[in-house]
Structure formats: C-alpha cells, structure tokens
Unconditional design. Structure first.
Length: 317
C-alpha cells in the first residue's frame, strides 16, 4: 500500500511539473506572439503614417488629405467649365458668360435655381463617395494598409470637390489648385481648411467664411485677402481648425485600421456611415455660402464678421 502511495505521489509530482512546464511554455509562446503582433502593428502604423504624411511634418493632419485629394485625378474643379456645364441646361450664353465673368448672383440667376443645382451636386458626390467607400472598406488582411489612406482620401477628396462646386455656385472666384513643386498655394490650402471646418461645424469657421465672402464682394485687394489667410486675421482660425482635424483624423485612421479586420461587415458599415455623414457636412457649407454678400446682394454682416472684415482691410501686407 505504501508503494502505491509513493507511486501516486511521484505521478502527481510529475504531472504538476509537466503542467507547470506546459503553462510556462504556453506563456512564452503567447508572449512571443503578442510581441510579434505589437511589432507588426507598430510597423503597420508607421507604414500608414509614412503613406499619408505628404506635407512631411511627421503627423497625420488635414493638409495631408487636401494634398492627396487634389493630386487625385478628377478632384480639381475648373470653375468656368463647371458653371458652363451646369447652367447651359436652362440659360442663354450671355447669362452664362456673366455668371462666369462675375458670379451667378450677378447674372441674376435666382437663388432657388442655384439651390437646386447645389442639391444635385451634393447628391451626386454623396453617391460617388459612398459607393467607393463600401468597395474600399471590404478587403482585410494584407490589403488593410493600402486601403486605409484610400478610404479616407476618397472621402475627403469628394468632399473637396463638392466644396469647390458649391463655392463656385454661390459666388466665389476660381481657387488656385495649381501644384508647384508638389506643393499647393498656402492661401488655397487655408481656404479649403476653413471650408472643411464649416462642413464639420468647427467653431469660428462659418464667421470666417462669410467675412471672406463679404471682403471679396466689396472688392478688397487680393493681396490683403491672401495675407489674412496666411498670416493675418483668419490665420489663427485656420490653425485652430487644423488642430481639431489633426486629433480627429488620427483617430479615424487607426480606428479604420482595426475596423477593416472584419472585411464584409466593415465594408457595408463603412459605406453606410459615409453615405449618412457626407450630406449633412455638405449642407452646412451650402447653408453658409447661400447667404453671403457674394450670393445675396442684400446681405448684412454680423458684428463678428465686421470685426474680421475691418481687420482684413487695415492689415499690413
């Protein structure tokens, strides 16, 4: 009996030792796998950052997406061609010429007609962006790093295209989207940042955009407007908007990275969210643009807008 007891004790001891070793080995394997996963994730994040960081400041920000968006074929909008194409359906050549030379309001095209065209523009761009979003959101695995920038680029790219079209419909002059040595003009960049800020309801951007429209409508010198956008009155608002986008875009990029690990569901949800979120953003910009001095000759500036306009007119260049 004692011998059996000793054998059982030995077997139990041996089993415990084997179990402990197995646990230890499993722990080592899990630890090794975890470290490999962390390393892979870090490399993936670095790869995403390197892909998106087109302005070379080591961060993901709104400028990166504007640059990549404007470099994408079909995103830049030629003002004259766009107005010609949209207005030729209902207006004679002389009215269209006046709208291009000045703006649609100057050509006495009713606001209700411009609103209809604007709504069609928003509908068209929304359908474009949501369809591609679902397609690009679908792949997982190896394709994830490639699709994350594309997914967000197409979203902000079409948003930029919609913004240009809406600005031209409601009276803004041609935006300089000419690329010079892989860079875009600072005033263009900052104007588009303000527009995107209006789309997302960022504080101060609506007032800034309306003030710029009033200044342009009053014939403020181009160099004064450029100075306001790049170093003067409006520039602090631009920086504030850029900071807001920087925080939110970093979250979007890396949240999207994990979401795409679920291929089909991620794709369907991504397309749906894009479809739902795109129109309200465009509507905010439309609502802002449709009631300025450029689109409504009877427009009266608010006190806040007047302060900005006065500062633009007296600033040093």
């Amino acid at each position: 009996m004692k011998k059996n007891t000793d054998n059982n004790s030995t077997d139990t001891k041996s089993f415990k030792e084997n179990l402990n070793q197995a646990v230890k080995n499993a722990g080592t394997a899990v630890s090794s796998t975890t470290e490999k996963a962390k390393t892979a994730l870090t490399k993936s994040k670095d790869s995403i950052l390197k892909t998106i960081d087109t302005n070379g400041n080591g961060e993901i920000d709104i400028e990166d997406f504007i640059i990549i968006g404007l470099q994408t074929p079909g995103i830049k909008v030629n003002r004259a061609d766009f107005l010609q194409r949209e207005l030729m359906k209902n207006y004679p050549p002389e009215v269209i010429e006046s709208a291009i030379t000045h703006n649609p309001a100057y050509a006495q095209i009713p606001t209700c007609e411009i609103d209809k065209i604007a709504d069609e523009v928003i509908k068209f761009e929304r359908n474009c962006v949501s369809g591609i979003s679902a397609a690009l959101g679908a792949p997982g695995g190896v394709a994830m790093v490639a699709t994350i920038p594309a997914d967000l680029v197409q979203y902000y790219g079409y948003m930029l295209r919609a913004a240009q079209k809406l600005m031209y419909l409601y009276g803004f002059p041609e935006i300089d989207t000419t690329e010079k040595e892989h860079k875009f003009d600072s005033k263009t960049m900052n104007l588009l940042i303000i527009c995107l800020g209006v789309m997302y309801g960022v504080q101060g951007t609506n007032t800034a955009l309306k003030a710029m429209a009033t200044a342009l409508g009053k014939g403020v010198e181009k160099k004064l407007m450029n100075a306001a956008l790049t170093k003067g009155t409006i520039y602090p608002i631009v920086k504030s908007v850029s900071k807001w986008f920087g925080v939110n875009m970093t979250k979007q990029v890396f949240a999207g990275f994990f979401k795409k690990a679920i291929p089909v569901v991620g794709g369907v949800i991504g397309g749906g969210i894009t479809y739902l979120s795109f129109k309200p953003c465009c509507d905010k910009l439309k609502d802002s643009l449709r009631d300025t001095l450029l689109s409504n000759p009877e427009y009266h500036s608010t006190k806040e807008e007047t302060i900005i306009i006065d500062a633009i007119e007296i600033q040093e260049v």
